[in-house]
Ligand binder design. Structure first.
Ligand code: CTP
Length: 395
């Protein structure tokens, strides 16, 4: 449900004319790279249809506590656990009363009651409903419970009256959501990442490659993108979809990868060499398909250029991070690669653990020593690696 974006909001829409403005808010959130899961009350569906929110958020809208699409059928738990925050917009007087009372009688109110993340509420109602003492008591309860109230604004109302009760404009709601997140740390920075295997041609149809899936490199690219960097991902052949918001340069051989990296290197601040680059390539690839014979076939291989060492050795080199996939003696090999390639940081992992898997277990080796990270999905490790790299690069 909540996979594509790093930042995730659960947007709860309740019954009110301002629901149409929340369609615009959904668009703004998605544009700001925040994943939006919309949940609507029955009353909200009387104002705007779920189809509108589904089209804008790119996700099925949830309205039913018993929705069979939720994997373990605990929609209210699932929804709040996967969100960084819940925003109720527009929040009707009735829904505010439910939150104040802890009433849990539909999907949205149950989710709010079961939340473990911040709750933001953007009320929208007639000015008399807003100032009604019962509503004001409820508002005080919400504030006492730590709910963040956004508005309402004063002005002309849908009913024709003028006063306080207008929902805060979508742009301001977006700003309130953005304020929840730490400022991106790589805005204005350029990050180049190599990923995946390379493919060294033996003849037009055969070649030497390896079983790297590219997942770790793609995760590093996504983590850098989410920190606001301009990201160029130089990728060997993989089956992965190109990560949005990154420039992807597809390459095949180690030589292609080197050329692509060199072409994009000017202005690069951080270079992550995550690719499993072939160390050898056929010295003379055949122009035509090799034909079978009963003779022993000997391939002559010549070494490829080490891309990481080349980049790290350049004058004005970016801050370089290498990877070491080892099948044994991880610490010793990783540390010797760090010194030989003259890079400040090497990420060590066991090849048999890492290759193809969605999870990994890595150790960061820098001048200070070894920093093991607990096993986690590759995207989580990529974010931790970026934290460590940013700290080192700044020091
Ligand atoms: N690397 C590179 N260009 C190459 C070979 C490796 O940029 N031609 C980079 C990898 O992307 C990785 C690091 O160097 O960041 C270490 O790669 P690895 O294959 O683990 O080590 P090698 O230096 O190739 O040594 P070995 O294969 O002997 O372990």
């Amino acid at each position: 449900m909540f996979k594509r974006f790093h930042r995730q909001i659960l947007l709860g829409v309740t019954g009110g004319v301002a629901a149409y403005k929340v369609a615009e808010l959904t668009r703004l959130l998605v544009k700001a790279r925040i994943g939006v899961q919309v949940a609507m009350t029955e009353a909200a569906c009387g104002f705007v249809t779920p189809a509108t929110f589904q089209a804008l958020s790119g996700r099925a809208v949830l309205t039913d506590l018993w929705d069979p699409r939720i994997p373990n059928r605990m929609a209210h738990i699932e929804l709040s656990r996967q969100a960084d925050a819940i925003l109720i917009a527009p929040a009707s007087a009735d829904f505010i009363a439910k939150i104040a009372q802890g009433t849990a009688d539909d999907l949205l109110s149950t989710t709010v009651a079961a939340r473990n993340c911040p709750l933001l509420v953007a009320p929208a109602m007639n000015r008399e409903m807003w100032s009604n003492p019962a509503n004001q008591r409820n508002i005080q309860k919400l504030e006492a419970d730590g709910v963040v109230l956004l508005g309402p604004d004063a002005g002309e109302q849908a009913c024709g009256e003028v006063g306080r009760g207008r929902m805060v404009e979508p742009q301001h709601l977006l700003e309130a959501i953005l304020a929840l997140y730490p400022a991106p740390r790589l805005t204005g920075r350029k990050v180049v990442v190599t990923a995946g295997p390379t493919f060294e041609a033996i003849d037009p149809v055969r070649g030497i490659t390896n079983s790297s899936s590219g997942k770790m490199g793609y995760a590093v690219a996504e983590a850098a993108r989410d920190e606001g960097a301009e990201v160029v991902l130089v990728s060997g052949p993989t089956a992965l979809p190109p990560p949005s918001g990154c420039t992807v340069l597809p390459v095949r051989s180690a030589a292609d990868m080197l050329a692509a990296v060199q072409s994009v290197l000017p202005g690069t601040d951080l270079f992550f060499a995550v690719a499993a680059v072939a160390d050898y390539t056929p010295a003379e690839p055949a122009a035509h398909k090799l034909k079978k014979s009963s003779d022993v076939l000997t391939l002559t291989l010549k070494p490829t250029v080490d891309i990481l060492a080349t980049v790290a050795g350049m004058p004005d080199a970016p801050f370089c991070v290498g990877f070491a996939a080892e099948s044994q003696d991880l610490a010793a090999y990783a540390e010797s690669k760090r010194r030989n390639k003259k890079v400040p940081l090497i990420v060590g992992n066991l090849a048999q653990r890492a290759l193809g898997s969605d999870d990994n277990e890595i150790i960061l080796f820098d001048a200070e020593g070894a920093h093991p990270l607990p096993p986690a999905p590759k995207i989580v490790l990529a974010r931790q690696l970026l934290d460590h790299t940013i700290r080192l690069a700044r020091s």
